[in-house]
Every structure is written in structure tokens, then in C-alpha cells.
Design a protein around this ligand. Structure first.
Ligand SMILES: Cc1cc2nc3c(=O)[nH]c(=O)nc-3n(C[C@H](O)[C@H](O)[C@H](O)COP(=O)(O)OP(=O)(O)OC[C@H]3O[C@@H](n4cnc5c(N)ncnc54)[C@H](O)[C@@H]3O)c2cc1C
Length: 463
């Protein structure tokens, strides 16, 4: 049987049966092609709105399988996607007609409790990593939900509940094992391939397939976490309070803000609060946010760190939801931005949609912008307009809602974004601006490690 596949240039090529079977035999994992029993399940990614049909899915079990897949893709000039946790909202973990290097079966994790380090393979999700590290009362900065992949999230920077105190996920990476576009296995650390190590920490999936990451761990057990919820008619005052409150917070505290829909169906405003330190101290630091205005609910309290990591998983981050997402940084929350947000939230097209601020502060902002490839090292907010819905037949309506609102929001925001939150239809200038002052060096390293741009299904840095 001849398989027709998509090339890097977007043309079609025929792969002969003998070559495909030879790839299959070279693997410890499995090759899944269209028509095979596992294909429908294997082609799915987290975003249900991404419905693509790759020609070949290589389900790797180790670095040797990854090398085989990279070599096959390079030899036949195939379009390549790399998938870890599958959470990319634009669907970068898959493609139409090309080859997917799927690491989701690579789940190995080894904690060294004495050295306070953990090594974890490319298919590990944050909830898997937290499970193993929390057994020793340890953690490293992950995201704000537990089912994203550790590698995709880390390569873009890694914004999460511990970033004020312990820095971004990239700030905790000690080393990476990488298969580069030439099929070579390389270790990247401060002493091995230091330029590659620099580029991986913020440069996204541009530089190779990361088969394993080693992180520094910190003692983290009980934390304070939860939400305070207000009616939408208090949202303007609340967001004005929030922009000032953010500037007063110590590294241990986290405060994000959101406009969303309550389970009862009405739009509300919420402060999502946390404290990574002594609980009594956290109660004092967060008290002004809990005393503000007239909340309809206050569910902030002590909880194990792993519970906090899962707190927003349901219903916001369950597998198969449909999502379209626009994002940008802002150093100011202007009255104009607040007005557009509140007006937008009063007309959510779906009760699962949300407008959200993540706050970058503390340790995450004290690293030099050029020390790692993650350039936006300033106290600021990552702002997200998230359209989310369950029924694929409604996609056009909800995508149009986000796009229309975004045209009103955008003038109040910067022309750059967190690399992991860029949309597939963001302008190339915005993608470039998001790598900031590091773009030139990243581009030169891309030319050295991936001159043909084999890894291009991502926030791409063209060589
Ligand atoms: C519900 C939700 C919540 C999120 N919350 C946060 C958050 O709190 N903080 C935050 O920082 N981000 C967050 N994100 C964004 C997230 O960081 C990105 O979507 C990230 O790409 C997900 O990684 P993944 O491995 O799950 O994705 P995948 O779809 O598997 O991969 C996405 C891209 O990452 C790269 N990649 C993945 N694995 C590898 C690998 N092994 N080697 C090389 N490249 C690889 C590739 O370019 C790939 O195309 C969230 C996303 C969603 C959908």
C-alpha cells in the first residue's frame, strides 16, 4: 500500500510500503497509520477543535525511537509535529498528512530526594511529575493545571503557581536530552552544548525533540489556594484593586484574576489566590483581597500542593474541549482594558469561556532577559482571551466571538505574547516580538541546529 504524505514544503509525496515497514521494524514503540485500529485514538490531541489526520504517528518508547522517526522524516522531507502532553491550543502536536513524533508513552520519572532533582521523560504530564515529587515533599514550577505536558510547557518558559518564589519552569531545568534535526542525541546543560541549553529554555519546540528533562526541586507541601468570587457588577472596581494589589505581593504569593461564568450560569469576576509559604503568613498577605467588596464566595484555604495543581482542571481543562485562544502581555491594566473586558464578559458566547490574567513577578522576573531564551523578564501580566465550548458544531460562533472581542482588547495590550500562548493566526511580527531581544541569537542557533526548519510546527523561528 502506498501512503501519501505531506512534505515540509506542503506538497504531497508517495512513501512506498517497504520504507514504511522498515520504519515500523526499527522501533521499540509502534507506528500507527491511517486505517489501523489505534489511529482514531492516536491522532487526537487535547483541543477537540483540532481535527487533523497525520499520515504516520510514531509512538516512541525511548530516544532511539525518536532518532528513527527524526531520521525518517528528514530523509523523506516530511512535515513533522512533536507531541508530549498534546495540550497545544493551536494543535502543534499534530498536522495534516505529515509525521507525528508522539512521546506520550514515555512516562519514566526518577526523583533523587537527596540531591533534590528529578529526571522525567517527554511524555510526562505535570500531574505525573507532582505525584512522584510530592512523595518526598518536593516540587518544581509547573503550570496552573495538571494535565499539560512538562516538556511543551517548559520549553516556552513555564508560568505557574510557584513562579514568584522559584522562578519559571525553565529556571529550574538542569539538563535536557535532545534529538536534534540531524538525528544526533545530545545532552544540553550549563557545560554540555550550553548554546543549545540556552535556546531550549524559552525557544519552544524549535531546536529538537527533548526526550528527557532534569529539574531542580524545592520543598513544597501544604499551600494556600483557592478563589474569591464577585458578581460582575463589582468587576471594574475589583480589577482596579487587583492591578495595585499585584505590586504589593511578596514572592510567596500569587494572585491571578479572571472573568468567567459561575456554575449557576451568570458571569462573575474571580481572584485566584495562592501562597507558597507558612499558611498563617499567607492568610495575612492575602487578607486584603479577601476583604475587598462583597464576594459571593470565598473558597481559599490550605491544601496539599498537588490538589492546588488540579484545582482548575475541571471543567476548564478536560480533554476534548474545543478551544480558541488569543493572548498578549501587558505591563498595565488600563481602565480602557477593564471596560472592554467587563463588556466582553457580559456577552460570553459560551459559559466555558474566560478572560484571564497570569501575574509574572518575583523570582521569575529577576533573571536577566538574555540569561535564558525567555526574554520577557518584567513584572507584567499574561492576558488571555479563552473561547471554550463543548459542541464542535458551534465552533464558528465562538471563534468569531473571541476574534471580535480581541480587536477591541488588542489596542490595550502589548504586541508580544507568551510563546506558549501564541495562536496559529498571530501575525509573524508578533511571534518574532515574543522572543524579544533574544530573537537574533535564537535565529542563528536555529540555523546551526535545524537549518532546514524540520521543527516548524510551533511558534516558529525561521532559520
Ligand atoms: C488548558 C491549558 C492550560 C494551560 N496552562 C498553562 C500554564 O498554566 N502555564 C503555562 O506556561 N502554559 C500553559 N498552557 C500552555 C502550554 O504550556 C502549551 O500548550 C504547551 O505547548 C503544552 O505542552 P504539551 O507538551 O502538553 O503540548 P503538545 O501539544 O504535546 O506540544 C506542543 C508543542 O510543544 C513542543 N513540544 C512538546 N513536547 C516536546 C518535546 N518532547 N520536544 C520538543 N518539543 C516539544 C512542540 O513544539 C509541540 O508542537 C496551557 C494550555 C492549556 C491548553
Amino acid at each position: 500500500m502506498t501512503i501519501t504524505a505531506t512534505t515540509l514544503e506542503g506538497t504531497r509525496t508517495n512513501l512506498n510500503d517497504a520504507d514504511v515497514e522498515s520504519l515500523r521494524r526499527s522501533l521499540r514503540g509502534e507506528l500507527v497509520v491511517a486505517g489501523e485500529t489505534q489511529y482514531e485514538e492516536a491522532r487526537r490531541v487535547w483541543n477537540g477543535n483540532v481535527d487533523r489526520r497525520p499520515a504516520l504517528i510514531v509512538r516512541c518508547l525511548g530516544a532511539a525511537d525518536v532518532q528513527q522517526a527524526v531520521n525518517f522524516a528528514r530523509l523523506f522531507g516530511l512535515l513533522v509535529s512533536v507531541r508530549g502532553g498534546g495540550h497545544s491550543a493551536p494543535g502543534y502536536g499534530t498536522n495534516d498528512g505529515g509525521l507525528v513524533i508522539d512521546l506520550s508513552l514515555m512516562k519514566g520519572i526518577r526523583v533523587d530526594p537527596d540531591a533534590r532533582t528529578v529526571s522525567a521523560q517527554g511524555g510526562v504530564l505535570w500531574r505525573d511529575l507532582d505525584h512522584e515529587t510530592q512523595a518526598f515533599g518536593l516540587a518544581t514550577t509547573g503550570g496552573t493545571v495538571s494535565n499539560t505536558g512538562i516538556v511543551g510547557l517548559t520549553l516556552g518558559g513555564g508560568l505557574g503557581w510557584l513562579m514568584g518564589k522559584h522562578g519559571l519552569s525553565v529556571d529550574n531545568v538542569i539538563s535536557a536530552d535532545v534529538v536534534t534535526a540531524d538525528g544526533q542525541f545530545r545532552k544540553a546543560s550549563a557545560t554540555d552544548n550550553p548554546d543549545l541549553f540556552w535556546a531550549l529554555r524559552g525557544g519552544g519546540g524549535n531546536f529538537g525533540v527533548v526526550t528527557s528533562l532534569e529539574y531542580r526541586l524545592h520543598p513544597v507541601t501544604q499551600v494556600l489556594g483557592g478563589m474569591v468570587i464577585y458578581p460582575l457588577d463589582q468587576a471594574r472596581d475589583l480589577l482596579r484593586f487587583y492591578r495595585d494589589f499585584g505590586g504589593t505581593l511578596p514572592d510567596e504569593a500569587e494572585a491571578y484574576a479572571a472573568l468567567l461564568t459561575a456554575p449557576e450560569g451568570m458571569p462573575v469576576a474571580a481572584l485566584i489566590l495562592g501562597y507558597n509559604g507558612p499558611i498563617a503568613e499567607g492568610e495575612k498577605v492575602l487578607a486584603p483581597a479577601r476583604r475587598f467588596g462583597k464576594p459571593v464566595a470565598d473558597v481559599v484555604g490550605p491544601m496539599p500542593y498537588a490538589a492546588r495543581q488540579r484545582m482548575l482542571d475541571e471543567p476548564n481543562a478536560i480533554h476534548g474541549l474545543q478551544r480558541y485562544w488569543r493572548s498578549a502581555f501587558t505591563e498595565q491594566i488600563s481602565d480602557g482594558l477593564i471596560d472592554v473586558m467587563v463588556e466582553g464578559a457580559s456577552r460570553f458566547s459560551s459559559p466555558m469561556s474566560a478572560l484571564l490574567f497570569f501575574h509574572l513577578h518575583g523570582a521569575a522576573t529577576r533573571v536577566s532577559p538574555t540569561a535564558t531564551a525567555f526574554a520577557p523578564r518584567r513584572a507584567q501580566w499574561d492576558f488571555d482571551a479563552i473561547g471554550q465550548w463543548a459542541d464542535g458544531a458551534e465552533s464558528a460562533t465562538h471563534i468569531a466571538w473571541v476574534r471580535a472581542l480581541w480587536t477591541k482588547l488588542e489596542p490595550h495590550l502589548q504586541g508580544s505574547a507568551y510563546v506558549n500562548h501564541l495562536a496559529a493566526d498571530d501575525r509573524p511580527e508578533k511571534v518574532r516580538a515574543s522572543f524579544g531581544e533574544n530573537y537574533g541569537r535564537l535565529r542563528a542557533l536555529k540555523a546551526a541546529y535545524d537549518p532546514k526548519n524540520l521543527f516548524r510546527v510551533n511558534a516558529n523561528i525561521a532559520p
